[in-house]
Design a protein. Sequence first.
Length: 288
Amino acid sequence: MPTFTALTTLTARENAEALGLALEALEPEPTGVGVFEMEDGSGLWEVGAYFVDAPDEVGLALLAAAHSARPFVVSELPETDWVAHVKRELHPVEAGRFFVYGSHDAEKVPSDRIPLLIEAAMAFGTGHHGTTKGCLEALERLIVAGEVKSNTVDIGCGTAVLALAAAKVWPETVLASDIDEVAVDVAEANVTANGEAGRVRCLVAAGFDHPDLHAAAPFDLIFANILKGPLVELAPDVAAHAAKGGHVILSGLLNEQAEEVIAAYEAEGFALEHRAELGEWTTLTLRR
């Protein structure tokens, strides 16, 4: 069965979100709609939709014009077994003591590494992206330095790989939250698959907006692997929920965006302890 995509870009977040909502009412109905801030520093927002049947290109053109968007680019994707494709392309990742793998590579797990099972079908946050691997390596540096964290939270957790890594090395319960309910379902499945049910608690929340997160604060380690814009917006909330002397590990930002994020957190009382680049991505470790 063919799959069609329709993509456009806009300059204003409000217009992008409104266009995303309008797309959901289009006929034929899309099977999925996404609205994302582009990670290239352009300030643009991308709006995309997937369709099983060829979309109404006249309707798309009218929606684009009504929301000040560029014309949609419509493409037909070839039929692909994406899970099989990802399994072929994703190899295990080592980051310090951590070994991130899919079940198809279970026989490759070294005896001297901490295994983190993240299935290929759940590829966002598998450890292959420079931001996730950078966060795992930042966690490794804290462990090597003798840090012991008793209260950790992973904000924007995705697959919960970072929360799982923390739970594997420290004995306390770890919280993991994401604004996306599907991501939280994926996170919970990964927690169970890694034998950490009851040790990693997954919540649906935008940032720290959840009573359980408020009740558990202050945190002595906060992960936030999201995007530059949300990281800057979250800086006051991160400061409000961080313990004095606690660490934050931030990623999801391009190398050229790091200075803006550092400045936002220094203004909230954090000091930069380490900055690492993996390809085009930066990971920051700061201390309150």
